[in-house]
Design a protein around this ligand. Sequence first.
Ligand code: ADP
Length: 516
Amino acid sequence: MVSILRRFRDISIARKLYFTVGIMALLIGIELFALFFSLNTLSAIRGFVGGEGLWSKAQKNAVYQLHLYALSRQEQDYLQFKEYLKVPLGDGRARQEMMKPVMDKGIIRQSFIEGGIHPDDIDGMVKLIRRFHNNYYIKQAINAWTEAEASLWELINIGERLHEEMTIGNASPDTIQNLLGRIEPINRSITVKEDAFSYALGEGSRWLEHFVLKLLFGVALTVEISGILLAMYVNRRIQIGLQSILDAAKGFAKGDWNHRARIHARDEIGMVATAYNAMAARLQEHIIEIELKNKELEQLAYVASHDLQEPLRTSASLVELFRSEYGPSLDEHGIQYLDFMAEATNRMQQLTAALLDYSRIGRNRQLEMVNCNVVVDTVIKDLNALIVEKKVVLKVGILPQLPAYAVELKLLFQNLITNGIKFQPPGNIPVISIGAERIKTGWQFFVCDNGIGIPKDYHEKIFVIFQRLHSRNKYEGTGIGLAHCSKIVALHNGRIWVESSTGEGSCFYFTIETAL
Ligand code: ADP
């Protein structure tokens, strides 16, 4: 059984469905066959019952005719007696022929027609006797029939005796009376046999009806139950197969690179699972490679920015030393060159410091429950001087509490709020609004301002490290703030984007996944 189920599991879904429908069709076929067979059988029984009616009517008529003959002494009446007997005698010949190991269908047909049976009923009746002559009810009916026939022969004998007496000698009224007196008990015993015949067939047909009803009910129940079970089984297998692929894909999406789909069967779903696993394995290789490269790059950025600081410091202090020692002897150009050098070094120091910060982001991150309103309040406090100076209007909505990297999240808000205050047209009072809404996988935040806005073409570029849209004279900065934001949002499995157009202010959106 287990091995059959296993083999069934491995065949294609299409075949499973064909198989299920095939089983149904087979069972329904069996049911129809049983119905057809039983209708035929019942119709044959009906033929016999009808035949029995004719038989008994003919026999009764014959008895009546014999009485008539005894009174009238007319040969014609005797002949009529014989004529009536043709029906039971025809049936009798048919019965005897049917009982033979090799029967002659022609004789049977001819005899039954003499017995008054409708030609269309004959085949079914023959089949019934041939097939079921060992059946209890049929046996009983045949016995009753045979016995009735024996009595019939007694009746015929009496008729013949009467005829002889009448034709040869002048039969005395006593002899006639004597012979007629013997008819009545025979007549009665035949009636009993006829009843027995009909009764046996009636019982048999009732038994058959019950049997067929039970069979039909049983088969119908089997069709329904097996249909439901098979459908449930096939459905379950499909669900299990799909679920394992779904689980694997979800696991993979969450970063469990080792997650693979379990292959439950070698059907179409099994094939998809196998293909999915091959794809996941290939992706995993690439991811490991990329992660390694990323780490190397981060390391490079870290080492470079860290190691560059020292010579830059030296360079800066040497410029200042040079200025203090040789400044007085330099002309205007010399001083200007020194200023340029100092400024370039300073800029270089800022950039390397920013790069160092960038490479450090998330290095020691710690996941904790963070109340975002508290985080934003802290940022506002830190920026208090700037906010007061620029008379900034802040509108902070109710922000969620969620598991996040607190230090990094604070930097994220800080960068966005600072940019909102910074990138303003001269003399404009900055209005910054901050809020959040629940989304399917976590939270979506926004930080909007009424500043200078960003042309559409730059909506993606601004997140690239050191990308700036303005000269430093106009707006201070290193061009690393949004790159920081991008990296921090990525740590939270989210994404960041901007909606803005020139002069219309900007809205920065970012999402954070709750399940980190
Ligand atoms: P920085 O602020 O140091 O220039 P960022 O990476 O934070 O660097 O920003 C990159 C550039 O994106 C900015 O130079 C500016 O041109 C543009 N930008 C960022 N935020 C805004 C804003 N709120 N409104 C207008 N432009 C902005």
